[in-house]
Ligand binder design. Structure first.
Ligand code: PLP
Length: 412
């Protein structure tokens, strides 16, 4: 609408209006739409049941009951032994910050440990904690993944010593989809008495992980990656894990995260997690089939397309959990991500040029550089991530679109 109330018809260059066009969303790793059942579960806590979960009167007790039920349900889905091992936060970023700073500070109390190890292809929510840790007197060392996109446990062992207080290595990488052997990495960290945290934001709902069994001390989660609400997340903190909160105030979440709780968000996250876990095997098998189709089609489209990692190369069905089943990362030689992304957008497809947060950056992705990718090629990176609404037709149409882009005389 224009300011004078008349509607203005916006035209695409190709003379088809944006609204006429079927949009195909292929960026589920950036965020997902809210599940209708999740919205229904949240609705009462956005209206009638509005009490502060810490108030003692009836409205507060109702909100508190819902919050604790959500906590119990999420703990069960995550495989936590006790519900009080789950702390609600505002999302993955806060959980990562809380874990890195809170565990490093508490873990070093009464001893001389002063090193923190993170992988060099972590999300910025982990990497950007380094300057603060350095100011607090910690040395932050980065461990690189190998060219295959995995952190090999022996490479971690090689840099571990008794000075290390905390190791943080993500469960699944958000740009290339490789799934790290976190249980083994946690075990190696514990051998030298270090704590282990994993950013499980992308892996949760796609790859199985029983927190109690895995041995990890802490893990970060985010609701909006699993069809839950934005601005809600959780930090799993195994019982007796040293932790000093960085969020001080009213002492909510058993003094580990002050601030009035987002009851609707917690209820929504628990519901989204329940739905994701219940349907995981069937839906991930479906999305894996679509992913494999795209992986098959891309080299057919053009020999200028290079898969960043090949989730099908030599992978036995029993190893299907080595890669996220819904993500394909590739680079197009001689074509910048932004050009491809905008062309795809105009053709009706939402895809990412790497991760959501890096996509406005002029630098190539730190993840691709970490796995040793050629810098020029890394400028042409694209990430396609599939979800519940993706169909085989969408995949074929997307491949067609890329094909038409790459066969343009000016670009080929
Ligand atoms: N960690 C990873 C691996 C992510 O992919 C993201 C989001 O893209 C985050 C952390 C941040 O999560 P949130 O958006 O909930 O702050």
């Amino acid at each position: 609408m224009c300011r004078d109330g008349t509607s203005q018809r916006i035209r695409w260059k190709s003379e088809v209006s944006e609204t006429d066009r079927k949009r195909v969303y292929l960026d589920y790793a950036a965020t997902t739409p809210l599940d209708a059942d999740v919205l229904e579960a949240m609705r009462p806590y956005l209206s009638d049941v509005f009490g502060n979960a810490n108030s003692l009167y009836r409205e507060g007790r109702e909100a508190h009951a819902a919050l604790e039920e959500a906590r119990g349900s999420l703990a069960r889905v995550l495989g936590a032994k006790r519900s009080n091992e789950v702390i609600f936060t505002s999302g993955g970023t806060e959980s990562d910050n809380a874990a890195l700073l809170g565990m490093a500070v508490a873990g070093a109390e009464g001893n001389s440990r002063n090193r923190v190890i993170v992988s060099s292809f972590e999300h910025h929510a982990v990497l950007e904690c380094a300057p603060t840790l350095a100011r607090l007197g910690y040395r932050v060392d980065r461990i690189a993944p190998r060219a295959d996109g995995f952190i090999h446990p022996d490479d971690l062992t090689a840099v571990l010593d008794e000075d290390v207080v905390l190791v943080s290595i993500m469960h699944a990488n958000n740009e290339i989809g490789t799934v790290q052997p976190v249980a083994e990495l946690a075990r190696r960290s514990h051998e030298v008495g270090a704590l282990f945290h994993t950013d499980a934001v992308q892996a949760f709902g796609k790859v199985g992980l029983d927190l109690e069994e895995s041995g990890v001390d802490a893990a970060s989660f985010s609701a909006h990656k699993v069809y839950g609400p934005k601005g809600t997340g959780a930090l799993y903190l195994r019982r007796r894990t040293p932790f000093r909160t960085q969020m001080r105030g009213g002492g909510q979440e058993a003094t580990r995260r002050s601030g009035t709780q987002n009851v609707a968000g917690a209820v929504g996250f628990a519901k989204a997690a329940e739905i994701a876990a219940a349907g995981r095997e069937v839906e991930m098998a479906r999305e894996r089939t679509l992913r494999d189709r795209l992986v098959f089609l891309l080299p057919e489209v053009s020999d200028r397309i290079h898969l960043t990692v090949d989730p099908m190369d030599g992978v036995e069905p029993s190893q299907s959990d080595l890669y996220l089943p819904n993500l394909v990362s590739f680079c197009i030689e001689g074509l910048e991500s932004e050009t491809t992304l905008l062309f795809c957008d105009e053709a009706g497809f939402a895809v990412s040029g790497g991760s959501a947060c890096a996509s406005r950056s002029l630098e190539p992705s730190h993840v691709l550089l970490a796995i040793g990718m050629d810098r020029d090629l890394a400028f042409g990176s694209l990430r396609v991530s599939l979800g519940r609404a993706t169909t085989m037709e969408d995949i074929d149409a997307f491949a067609e679109t890329l094909s038409s882009l790459l066969s343009r005389p000016v670009l080929s």
